[in-house]
Structures are given as structure tokens and as C-alpha cells.
Write a protein that binds this ligand. Structure first.
Ligand code: ATM
Length: 214
């Protein structure tokens, strides 16, 4: 089997990290495929440094600087880690990718029409074989984060964001996914999964979608 890139996207509380772990287990146990996972930002020295900066509750970095740092870290991850692995035929799963930058650093891009921005990104950077968007409603996401169920490695400033902010991220993701799908046409469309469901139902939907295409 040749190398494949799987991306899992979604707002806080969507359950991305748990789903990534589930995909890895399924690939290994059912398909006999060893997959490696990386998180964004993170997974390289520069990526982890950017992660600490972005997630710190007191961080006060302009959106321009955030965007530049995120892309810098992403390029390192892609060039130094992901691409060589794909070239070796390995499977790679990314916990977040460029859709996160458009959704969270939206203000950086808001003066430009979304479609050409996405088209340029999609034509420049490694295109995922499977782009999953875990579509969780803002209320469910907020509740999971408040209860601690949606938290990742450390609590960060976004976990405590008000419902209106979760709603805003959700709306942006909706626009990004829809623009991306128009650009992709019938090939490589985003696999949108209802992430309001229980973890095992979300996992079943993701595995079903993967199983159909590999
Ligand atoms: P999680 O991987 O735990 O979701 O945290 C990553 C954080 O980085 C997340 N929220 N906080 N705080 C979203 C943020 N982020 C961006 O703002 N832009 C990006 O491009 C990426 C990849 C993440």
C-alpha cells in the first residue's frame, strides 16, 4: 500500500485527538498498516514552541505573527517530516492542518476572498487523501470543553471561550469546508462527520468512510 495523508479537523471539543488514536489502532489491527501521527501546531521543535505560544492563556500575539509562525512551523513539519514519510510509503495522520489556520486566524485572511486563498493553499501544499471534518455543534463542543472532556494536552485559552466564539469558529469551518469542496470537485471532498454523536458512533462513521476508500 502506498503512503497516504489523513487529516482530522474540527473546533475544540470535536474529539479530533481521540479519533486520530482510533484511526491508528484500526489501521494497525485491521489493515496491518503502521501510521504515524503529528499534531498542529507541534511535533517539531519549532512547532512545539509555536504551540506553547499560541495556547498560552496570556499570549497576546498579533494575528499576523500567529499566521506567519503557524505557516513556518507547518512548512517545517511538511518538508522535514511528513513528505519524507509519505515518500517512504508510510501513512501519516495530522491532528489539524491548514483549515485550522483559516478558521482561527480568520482576521488575517478576512480582507481577501476565501476561494482563491484556499485554491492557492490546496495547490501549493500536500493535499490530504482523506480530509475529515468532525462537525460538532457549538453547544455540544462548549459543553464538552467545560466538562473537561474536550481538553487536549493542557487547558488552553480557547477551552474557556464563550459559546459565541465556538459558534463563530463553527461558521468559519462551514465556509472553509464548502469552499474547499467546490475547488476539489468530485475528487477529494471533505468527509464531514456528525461529531455530536457518541465517540463510538463518530469512530464508526470515520472507519466506515476510510474502509470504503482504501
Ligand atoms: P488543540 O490541538 O488542543 O486543539 O490545540 C491547538 C490550538 O491551536 C487550538 N486552540 N487553542 N488555544 C487552535 C490553535 N490553532 C490555531 O489557532 N491555528 C492553527 O493553524 C492551528 C493548527 C491551531
Amino acid at each position: 500500500m502506498s503512503g497516504k495523508l489523513i487529516v482530522v479537523e474540527g473546533i475544540e471539543g470535536a474529539g479530533k485527538t481521540s479519533i486520530v488514536e482510533r484511526i491508528i489502532t484500526w489501521l494497525k489491527e485491521v489493515q496491518g498498516v503502521e501510521a504515524l501521527t503529528f499534531r498542529e501546531p507541534g511535533s517539531t521543535p519549532i512547532g512545539e514552541a509555536v504551540r506553547t505560544l499560541i495556547k498560552h492563556p496570556d499570549s497576546d500575539i498579533s494575528v499576523e505573527t500567529q499566521t506567519e509562525l503557524l505557516w513556518l512551523a507547518r512548512r517545517r513539519l511538511l518538508e522535514d517530516v511528513v513528505q519524507p514519510l509519505l515518500d517512504e510509503g508510510k501513512w501519516v495522520i495530522l491532528d489539524r492542518y491548514w483549515m485550522s489556520t483559516l478558521a482561527y486566524q480568520w482576521d488575517y485572511y478576512s480582507s481577501q476572498p476565501l476561494h482563491p486563498v484556499i485554491e492557492e493553499i490546496a495547490n501549493t501544499y500536500q493535499r490530504p487523501d482523506f480530509m475529515f471534518y468532525l462537525d460538532v455543534s457549538p453547544k455540544v463542543a462548549k459543553k464538552r470543553c467545560t466538562s473537561g472532556a474536550g481538553r487536549g494536552d493542557v487547558a488552553d485559552k480557547n477551552d474557556d471561550a464563550p459559546l459565541s466564539t465556538f459558534t463563530m469558529w463553527h461558521r468559519r469551518y462551514g465556509e472553509i469546508v464548502s469552499a474547499y469542496d467546490k475547488i476539489m470537485g468530485d475528487s477529494n471532498k471533505t468527509l464531514v462527520i456528525n461529531a455530536d454523536q457518541t465517540f463510538s458512533m463518530v469512530a464508526d462513521d470515520v472507519i466506515f468512510a476510510l474502509n470504503q476508500s482504501i
